[in-house]
Design a protein around this ligand. Structure first.
Ligand SMILES: *Cc1c(COP(=O)(O)O)cnc(C)c1O
Length: 409
């Protein structure tokens, strides 16, 4: 089954009760059962069924099954947000004393989250580059998890997932990959060796910025160095489902980071057009990058689709010659960056990405305002940087919009 077909038919079943062709919004907190015996069997996991929406719900399960199919994993857990998905995916694996290795180019929210883990005794080390060489230099006997983004937001670095997965496994460490900015349209991290992939579905998967959400998908790999992860020992009997079983039976249930059925319903609708939208978004981003790269008022355009970009070769190979919807430009100064943003007519000034509309933001004064100058430089967040998330508009209008705004400088 090819990509667009799998968005519509992969693990999709119409509603079993009504035949409704979109899965209904099961806006119910709880699910009643005929007998106490039946309820007991469902609680024990001996019989499928629904109990309470904090644990699962038919609308949510439908989306999880489709996401798992698309990512080629053994199963998925939908969470209230991308941050909830990252929190749950990481805390499910780690305990006090463990160390995380991550690149500095990762999303600011994730960077802040990993800093917060310090209070739980989980130490994070942020490296200048997400490369095998950098991870090898930083590894310690406490390292338990490597965290990378397929396309760093907003640094737009492109780590070599397969090489990093091989390095991680050779050292008995797990690899968690955030594929929010690439989506399964560009890459399947689990096929390249990642153990867990997460998405903020708030972005491209939803596609219209109408619901916050996140999802965790597990690979089902079983040859873990289990002595390093004692929390998983009671769950080893679940085999390929070990990670998801622990997640569902402990931390996901206990922290209460479940999704709302309405949000998941809206995200399921967006999911079906992911391929069409990503095709358009990637084409628009490339055209915009090409139109601006030699503009006299633009100091630098960062887009992995440009041939002289340092990540072009890796991106081309990993993403099958598509390069995603994010680009950044440097306008020379913060003042210039603000001026350009203020003069854009179509591109909205908003801090998210992956919307139907083109979006821009000045990261240094917004998402990264709490970081020091030094941290920002490491993350690729410069004072004059504008991040652009390409939308679905006719590209001529978007290019004109930027040319007009730049003409104000
Ligand atoms: C937005 C984003 C997140 C966080 O997701 P939310 O849904 O906003 O909680 C995590 N990772 C990346 C790469 C993101 O862009």
């Amino acid at each position: 089954m090819k990509f667009n077909t799998s968005l519509l038919h992969g693990n999709f079943k119409e509603d079993p009760h009504s035949g409704a062709t979109t899965i209904p919004i099961y806006q119910s907190t709880a699910f009643a059962h005929k007998t106490a015996e039946e309820m007991e069997r469902i609680f024990a996991g001996r019989e499928p069924g629904f109990l309470y929406t904090r644990l699962n719900n038919p609308t949510i399960e439908s989306f999880e099954r489709r996401m798992a199919f698309l990512e080629k994993g053994v199963g998925a857990v939908s969470c209230a947000s991308g941050m909830a998905a990252i929190s749950m995916a990481v805390l499910n694996c780690l305990q006090s004393g463990d160390q995380i290795l991550a690149g500095s180019g990762i999303f600011g929210g994730t960077y802040a989250l990993f800093e917060s883990f310090k209070a739980l005794g989980i130490r994070s080390t942020f490296l200048a580059e997400s490369t095998v060489e950098a991870f090898a230099a930083a590894i310690s006997k406490e390292t338990r998890l490597i965290f990378i983004e397929t396309l760093g937001n907003p640094k737009l670095d492109v780590p070599e997932v397969k090489r990093i997965a091989e390095f991680a496994h050779a050292n008995g460490i797990i690899l968690v990959v955030d594929s929010t900015c690439t989506t399964p349209y560009l890459i399947h991290p689990l096929e390249l060796g990642a153990d867990i992939v997460i998405h903020s579905t708030s972005k491209y998967i939803n596609g219209s910025s109408n619901s916050i959400g996140g999802v965790i998908i597990a690979s089902g790999r079983t040859d873990w160095d289990i002595e390093k992860y004692p929390g998983f020992k009671p769950f080893q009997k679940f085999g390929r489902f070990m990670v998801l079983a622990k997640l569902r039976k402990t931390i996901f249930k206990d922290f209460g980071t479940c999704s709302a059925p309405l949000n998941v319903y809206l995200t399921s609708l967006g999911f079906e057009t992911l391929g069409l939208r990503m095709e358009r978004i990637c084409a628009n981003a490339l055209a915009l990058a090409q139109a601006l790269k030699d503009h006299p008022k633009v100091n630098f355009v960062n887009y992995p689709g440009l041939e002289d970009n340092p990540y072009h070769r890796v991106a081309k190979e990993q993403f099958s010659s598509k390069f995603g919807g994010l680009l950044t430009l440097r306008a020379g100064s913060k003042e210039n960056a603000f001026k350009v943003i203020n003069h854009l007519q179509f591109a909205l000034n908003a801090s998210n990405i992956g919307d139907a509309r083109t979006l821009v933001v000045h990261p240094a004064s917004t998402i990264y305002e709490a970081n020091t100058l030094e941290e920002r430089e490491k993350m690729g967040v410069y004072e004059d940087l504008i991040r652009v998330s390409a939308g679905l508009e006719d590209v001529e209008d978007i290019i004109d919009d930027f040319l007009n705004a730049l003409a104000q400088l």
